[in-house]
Design a protein around this ligand. Structure first.
Ligand SMILES: NC(=O)c1ccc[n+]([C@@H]2O[C@H](COP(=O)([O-])OP(=O)(O)OC[C@H]3O[C@@H](n4cnc5c(N)ncnc54)[C@H](O)[C@@H]3O)[C@@H](O)[C@H]2O)c1
Ligand SMILES: N/C(=C/C=C\C=O)C(=O)O
Length: 487
């Protein structure tokens, strides 16, 4: 009889202790489609216990100096760095991304998040004004909000969880975090490092489970005054409804339908590989990924030919394969959702230049049930198509020609999202001019995904509310008070 593999059993981490749950959710290895892990299916009871722990820990943690808190965050960064390989293996297995990407992006950025906010918390300044004629001075002070509710998505699990935990802790808040139930393993591994880093019990509590059950229990709890959420717009709408009665502070980092605008003077030797990467990195499961490519008409044919050739070299493989550029999508349901957009495009008369339904996917036998899909390029698609309007969040990108700068700006802006964009041109005046006119919170010119953590990150329109970054996260995770002194 074939030996059944022992399942990895996660536990909630509350008040510095790992606690079992009375029900669990199956979690799958996207590269094989097999259940390999079980995640606690927590609810109100677990949130109540986490709130009690976080409440109890808050007076102590918030009274620590920024220097003392920074020391703990730096120790945590060191411990994460020492566990990089183990964490990368776990992230790759849990999310389906290549091991190479987990090693070079996800885990190093998680380390950087703790180091970055450990440093920045030491350098914030407050404001002061004087009214000499009234014998008054005014100054601001910032204090931690209290218990921070953090909800993160499945595409960059530890990277985006730590992007919230680090600033919340640095500012003196205690934390209740709920990672995605689809990718909970590295959050659980993080919990195993907290005590060794010197994090007092109750400062960081991680409760696992589904959005509607434990997520909503967290969002609607009256003692959690703020929610930092990264995920989809429909979920954000639900969170906004639930938190409204409590007038909670909300940070909402949502989806995108990000354009790449390629002018005829672009350096195609640089632009094409960068735009393949911006379209298909992490299986296209990055909120900043390019999903609409506008190419000036005079170079459209050359660009398309070279872009399709380069896309066909973007290898889909088993995540542990060092030659793979892309791994498996997160779930069977998500794979079917992404495929349905390609079918829809075909039904509208669009052309599939490469990928889904055109080229053949080659995988080992044990991975045939994995959630793999080829990077897919769609052309001859109308701007009104759902493939050009809706976030697909998979390895699918659309290429379409344009004539003038004015036309392409209008078309690029003509979606409900406003998260990121790339602009490719050697004309420096043009890149500045176009970047300013694009309705995006982030614009990369002649590059993609060079992240400056000091500056605001986030989107406009339906891509979210608020920003994250050194000042923006500090402002979000603190309350400001203006004090007037009459002398
Ligand atoms: N702007 C960004 O920085 C950014 C980054 C990554 C992902 N995203 C977006 O996230 C989406 C993909 O991630 P996803 O599928 O995990 O999103 P999702 O909204 O389904 O889930 C995100 C998180 O919210 C939780 N959740 C779901 N329903 C909830 C509810 N009713 N109450 C409370 N919590 C709930 C989930 O369990 C998960 O932890 C895409 O739209 C992508 O663009 C945005
Ligand atoms: N918040 C960030 C998100 C990046 C990609 C999301 O899918 C970041 O880079 O800081």
């Amino acid at each position: 009889m074939a030996a059944t593999k022992a399942l990895l059993m996660l536990e909630n981490f509350i008040d510095g202790k790992f606690l079992p749950c009375n029900s669990y959710i199956d979690s799958y290895d996207p590269s094989t489609g097999e259940v390999y892990c079980r995640v606690p299916d927590s609810g109100k009871e677990e949130i109540e216990a986490a709130v009690e722990a976080a409440r109890r820990a808050f007076p102590g943690w918030s009274s620590w100096s920024p220097q003392e808190r920074a020391q703990v965050l730096n120790k945590l960064a060191d411990l994460l760095e020492q566990s990089l390989e183990e964490l990368a293996q776990a992230e790759s297995k849990d999310q389906g991304k290549t091991l190479a990407l987990a090693r070079t992006m996800d885990i190093p950025r998680s380390v950087q998040n703790f180091r970055f906010f450990a440093s920045s918390i030491l350098h914030h300044t407050s404001e002061c004004t004087q009214m000499d004629h009234l014998g008054c001075m005014h100054y601001t002070v910032r204090t931690p909000v209290g218990i921070a509710g953090l909800i993160s998505p499945w595409n960059l699990p530890l990277y985006l969880l730590t992007w919230k935990i680090a600033p919340a802790m640095a500012a003196g808040n205690t934390v209740i975090a709920k990672p995605s139930e689809l990718t909970s393993v590295t959050a659980w591994m993080l919990c195993k490092l907290l005590d060794k880093a010197g994090v007092p019990p109750g400062v960081v509590n991680i409760v696992f489970g589904t959005g509607p059950r434990v997520g909503e229990a967290l969002v609607s709890h009256p003692e959690v005054p703020l929610i930092s959420f990264t995920g989809s717009q429909p979920t954000a709408e639900r969170i906004t409804q639930l938190s409204a009665p409590h007038c909670k502070k909300l940070s909402l980092e949502l989806g995108g339908k990000n354009p790449a605008i390629i002018f005829e003077d672009a350096n195609l030797d640089e632009c094409i590989p960068a735009t393949v990467r911006s379209s298909f990195a992490n299986q296209g499961e990055i909120c900043l990924c390019t999903s609409r490519i506008f190419v000036q008409k005079s170079i459209y044919s050359e660009f398309l030919k070279r872009f399709v050739e380069a896309t066909r070299k973007w290898k889909v493989g088993v995540p542990s394969d060092p030659s793979a550029s892309m791994g498996a999508l997160i779930s069977k349901a998500h794979l079917e959702k992404v495929r349905s957009y390609v079918k829809k495009a075909l039904s509208e008369g669009a052309r599939i230049q490469c990928g889904e339904g055109v080229d053949k996917l080659h995988l080992p036998a044990r991975n045939q049930a994995g959630y793999f899909m080829l990077p897919t390029v769609i052309t001859d698609i109308k701007d009104e198509s759902c493939c050009m309007k809706e976030e697909i969040f998979g390895p699918v990108t659309c290429v379409t020609p344009f004539d003038s700068e004015e036309e392409v700006i209008q078309r690029a802006n003509n979606v409900k999202y406003g998260l990121a964009a790339t602009v490719w041109s050697r004309d420096v005046g043009r890149v500045h001019r176009v970047a300013k006119k694009l309705q995006s919170g982030l614009v990369w010119t002649n590059c993609w995904l060079i992240r400056e953590l000091n500056l605001p990150f986030g989107g406009m329109k339906s891509s979210g509310i608020g920003r994250e970054g050194v000042k923006d996260s500090y402002d979000f995770f603190t309350e400001v008070k203006t004090i007037t002194v009459k002398h």
